[in-house]
Design a protein around this ligand. Structure first.
Ligand code: NAG
Ligand code: NAG
Ligand code: NAG
Ligand code: NAG
Ligand code: NAG
Length: 410
């Protein structure tokens, strides 16, 4: 009898959990023609959801639907927004219309198919697959969209890669599970000495990962940051060991500098770092005078400039990098105080690049039109929190993470 009632209670608990985890949650009706979508994740421990917003022809956003990933989120051991200490928790490909997301709490990845006619419509492919490590925080796809690699930042940390199949989702690739060897916890204790961002080099012969150091703070042993670099062979297998380029203090992100065989990394301790990959040149550390925590970088083809987002000042900084890798600060753009701007993506809409930045602290997305070098204008602030709560979904500023876009090729 007691067994039966306990069993019944368990069933009740399970069905309660199941009823909370609705697969697709409508948020608001469509508003006109949609030519793309912006996605971010709730990263909630009770269930990770992808929030999809439509991009209109003028670049503005409408929140549309949320999709359960089948996995869970988690907050690393640290306070405040940016729970993963990372960039690129979500990746999308226009080649195969796939959207990949990490589930940091369940050590897994989910794959969705994007409907190219209506990109806010997502279809989950199968069940999440193991990330082959703990606390996955960043995922990337190659240009062909047939290979994906994930960065694990927890106790078992390192990288592993998958074949991307638009019917079956992610299939583990042999000879790609590689250790980073960090002394970390699950979830990671951050932000110091944590893994940040995984990206292919421009020629896709290398996979690069940023690792933050420890700043010179009394009571801590200071160590510099570094880039860990694995060689990618023709058959997609990886070198056994990584080589490293040491530099910066808290290098967070990795963005290729086109045509330069170098990368820019936002450095939360000072501004940004430039890592030449051929290793003859020195790593440059470039201060941004007003900065508090620049952690994310992106590039605009239209303006030819780089953009950085600062969590604590909520400023977007535009940077120009010349032929000799000399950098100048072009302009600073404000959002609202306490916006807590974290990840962003840049997408071309109607011939103009637009910057979509997750204003994490206020569960919103800020939209800028990048009209030209030094001429970005703020065009929208999309509030997602209230809409999510009305639909019965939890969305918290300290948990939201990852932001990427997908735009139709017209
Ligand atoms: C952009 O388009 C959306 C949807 O059609 C519309 O609601 C919004 O007012 C437009 N914004 C501007 C600045 O024209
Ligand atoms: C790993 O980190 C913990 C906590 O900081 C420390 O106590 C331990 O000695 C470290 N282990 C190694 C092998 O460095
Ligand atoms: C730009 O970079 C080159 C090569 O690294 C250096 O010699 C030169 O002094 C730099 N110019 C400026 C204006 O900083
Ligand atoms: C988040 O908002 C609260 C006020 O609601 C503020 O006290 C806090 O400083 C903000 N955090 C960031 C990172 O902006
Ligand atoms: C900035 O872009 C806007 C919108 O395209 C344009 O109207 C304005 O003239 C530009 N300003 C400058 C200084 O180029």
């Amino acid at each position: 009898m007691e067994f039966i009632s306990r069993y019944a209670a368990l069933l009740l608990a399970l069905s309660a959990t199941a009823s909370c985890l609705r697969r697709v949650v409508p948020l608001s009706p469509a508003a006109g023609e949609t030519i793309g979508a912006a996605y971010f994740m709730s990263n909630e421990p009770s269930g990770n959801y992808i929030f999809a917003s439509g991009i209109a022809t003028n670049g503005s956003l409408t929140l549309r639907k949320a999709y359960y990933t089948g996995g869970t989120g988690v907050h690393g051991f640290a306070d405040g927004p940016d729970p993963l200490f990372s960039e690129s928790g979500i990746a999308a490909s226009k080649v195969n219309n796939m959207l990949l997301t990490v589930n940091p709490g369940s050590g897994s990845l989910s794959a969705f198919r994007i409907d190219p006619r209506e990109p806010t419509e997502l279809e989950l492919l199968g069940k999440p697959v193991s990330s082959s490590g703990d606390f996955p925080v960043s995922v990337t796809m190659n240009r062909a969209g047939d290979m994906a690699c994930v960065l694990n930042g927890g106790k078992v940390n390192g990288i592993s890669c998958f074949t991307v199949n638009s019917r079956k989702g992610l299939i583990p690739r042999p000879n790609t599970l590689r250790s980073l060897g960090l002394n970390q916890t699950t979830p990671a204790t951050g932000p110091f000495a944590t893994a940040g961002h995984i990206t292919f080099s421009e020629d896709e012969t290398r996979l690069m990962v940023s690792v933050k150091g420890v700043p010179p703070i009394p009571g801590l042993v200071a160590t510099p940051g570094f880039l860990a670099i694995w060689d990618v062979a023709q058959d997609g297998t990886l070198s056994e060991q990584f080589s490293s380029i040491v530099g910066g203090i808290l290098p967070w992100s990795v963005t290729n500098i086109p045509g330069k065989n170098a990368v820019i990394s936002a450095d939360a301790a000072l501004g940004f770092d430039i890592f030449p990959l051929d290793r003859c040149d020195k790593v440059k550390q470039i201060p941004i005078p007003t900065q508090l925590a620049n952690c994310w970088t992106g590039y605009s083809k239209n303006t030819g400039n780089f953009y950085l987002s600062d969590l604590l000042t909520a400023h977007i900084t535009e940077v120009h990098i010349d032929e000799n890798l000399n950098a100048t600060i072009v302009r600073r753009y404000d959002t609202d105080e306490y916006d807590g701007t974290i990840e962003f993506d840049i997408a071309s809409v109607g011939g103009t690049d637009h910057l979509y930045v997750l204003a994490a602290n206020v569960t919103s997305i800020e939209v800028f039109a990048l009209n030209g070098p030094g001429n970005a204008t703020r065009i929208q602030k999309l509030h997602a929190g209230d809409v999510a709560h009305r639909a019965g979904l939890q969305l918290r500023g300290d948990f939201v993470s990852g932001l990427t876009t997908w735009v139709k090729t017209l």
